[in-house]
Design a protein. Sequence first.
Length: 252
Amino acid sequence: MKKYLFMVLFTFAGTATSLELLPEVDDVGLFGLDEAPVGYTIEYIYRMALEYEFYVLPSNEAEHQEAIDNLVQIFSTTKKRLIDELVRSRSAKKATYRSERRITKITSTPLKKGRFITPSTETFSLCIFSPEAPHFGFRKQTYQEAQETLEKIKKVNLSTSGGWDFFNDWRIPTLKELFVITQYLPFKKRAGKTGYFFWSSNFTAEKNRWTIRKFPTRFDRQGQPLNYYGIDFVSTERKTDLALLVAVRDCR
């Protein structure tokens, strides 16, 4: 098992400005500037959520709780305060929408109010191919099938003026992009108690794929989900695992 060293950089006021996960062998840049060295660990994703002010409802699984406990020690805070920060981030970004035929445009900007790590100033501007579009819809598929679906989407004429408008840069979103997308995409169908899983392009430390899960947290008396939800992240384990595809491309 690879060992990791932690390094926290502080300002004169004592606030953590960046947090780095340093493998003993691999070269890696500072957190917030470069991606994870090999694959994203659970703790890395929680730190990323704090920096980018993403809304995450931490899982009760042992590995997730261990990661939260480690961050509690690093930031010299309490578990309640750390979790409150992750959940508070639900309102930490402003988003605007614009729909054109089968494309929804989302621009999301940070409020820069993070307390544990200096917040990222990155703005996300994404075009999303509607998962409700005919023949490409909201269906579970393997990662390989999702890649095949992307090739079909690249051949769809998206012109709104009767001409020809194709894009060959549709892709499976990163975890960062998924946190933005799943926070603001409304449910179009009954989610069920387990919610929806969405494919990301990022690997776990074990070379599996990360998915984002959006799930209901409140139900009516008949057991139907209400419009309250949580977001967490789950690792796949098999090539036959299924999740939903939301295709994205940069949209400036």
